[in-house]
Design a protein around this ligand. Structure first.
Ligand SMILES: C[S@@+](CC[C@H](N)C(=O)[O-])C[C@H]1O[C@@H](n2cnc3c(N)ncnc32)[C@H](O)[C@@H]1O
Length: 281
């Protein structure tokens, strides 16, 4: 039985489901947005964002760009920190931006549709730029990073955040299931750029940024319940629907996940990289 009804596979040419959200059925768009919002409240993700916030160093009066803003919660938070400055929240997806605008709280944020690989802003337009979990979804991350640096003023900071999916580690499950799952994840679901997080430092260096700091933040989950918003492969409601677990091991996988949790032996971890650099004068 195929559980995912084509939700992940409506366009086989798409790099990832997040690279062309607007071409997906409305049900899938709602699913992705709900996933983003659920993730935003996970303490481990808040820890990553705190590291990123400190790296960006927002200050009153600045103009910042949140490139690939999703539902826009970080842009709105930053707007409070740069007051009387402003934040531009940019995303490729019109559906995502509509959701972000629906959540607007009156803070000084402008929502703009655009592609981080070809930004419609002049050079040096922003005091600082952040870009979280977007580069894994673009076809040419180096080009996008060059754009992010170009629109940052000399002396301004560019903060990149992305996952190293190949760092994902699991304990408590039978080895043969983990092997089958990883072959599916890296061979079929994430064919492109699963290790993007660890490449951010190199990409910022190539784009000419200086004073680069790279901070790997490892998110640790001791129960499947704590992990599901970040690791959908442990979510029995979602995993099958988005095709992240192969159909033929789905039931065995979740039986094993439940059993590991019941024994208190479940463990999962994932490293998300926060990398910051400065545009030279
Ligand atoms: C995984 S979400 C991350 C959203 C947000 N940064 C967060 O951390 O919650 C990826 C976002 O990147 C956007 N995106 C994908 N490709 C893009 C591109 N080329 N330019 C701008 N945004 C893009 C998607 O529409 C989606 O909103």
């Amino acid at each position: 039985m195929c559980r995912h009804n084509g939700l992940m596979t409506s366009d086989p040419a798409a790099l990832t489901p997040f690279s062309d959200i607007d071409k997906r059925p409305p049900e899938f768009v709602a699913l992705l947005l709900a996933a983003l919002e659920a993730m935003a409240v996970v303490p481990e993700i808040q820890r990553v964002r705190q590291v990123a916030r400190e790296a960006l160093r927002p200050a009153p009066g600045q103009r910042l760009l949140d490139a690939g803003c999703g539902a826009g919660e970080v842009a709105r938070q930053l707007a409070g920190e740069v007051e009387p400055g402003e934040v531009v929240a940019l995303d490729l997806s019109a559906a995502t931006l509509t959701a972000a605008v629906d959540r607007h709280d009156g803070s000084k944020v402008s929502y703009i549709e655009g592609d981080i690989s070809a930004l419609d802003f002049p050079d040096s337009h922003f005091d600082g730029v952040r870009c979280e979990r977007v580069l894994q979804h673009v076809p040419d991350p180096d080009r996008a990073v060059a754009e992010l640096v170009r629109v940052t003023r000399p002396g301004g900071r560019v903060c990149l955040v992305d996952t190293d999916w190949e760092s994902m580690t699991v304990d408590g499950l039978p080895d043969h299931l983990v092997t089958l799952f990883k072959a599916h994840l890296y061979g079929r679901v994430m064919r492109e750029q699963p290790g993007i997080g660890r490449t951010l430092r190199r990409r910022l260096t190539r784009a000419g940024a200086v004073d680069i700091e790279a901070m790997p933040v490892t998110c640790y989950f001791a129960t499947p319940g704590a992990s599901i918003s970040v690791l959908p492969m442990f979510d029995p409601q979602l995993a099958g629907r988005i095709g992240i677990i192969p159909d033929d091991i789905h039931d065995e996988w979740f039986t094993a996940v439940e059993a590991a949790a019941a024994r208190g032996e479940f463990l999962a971890a994932l490293t998300i990289w926060v990398v910051v650099g400065t545009r030279p004068n």
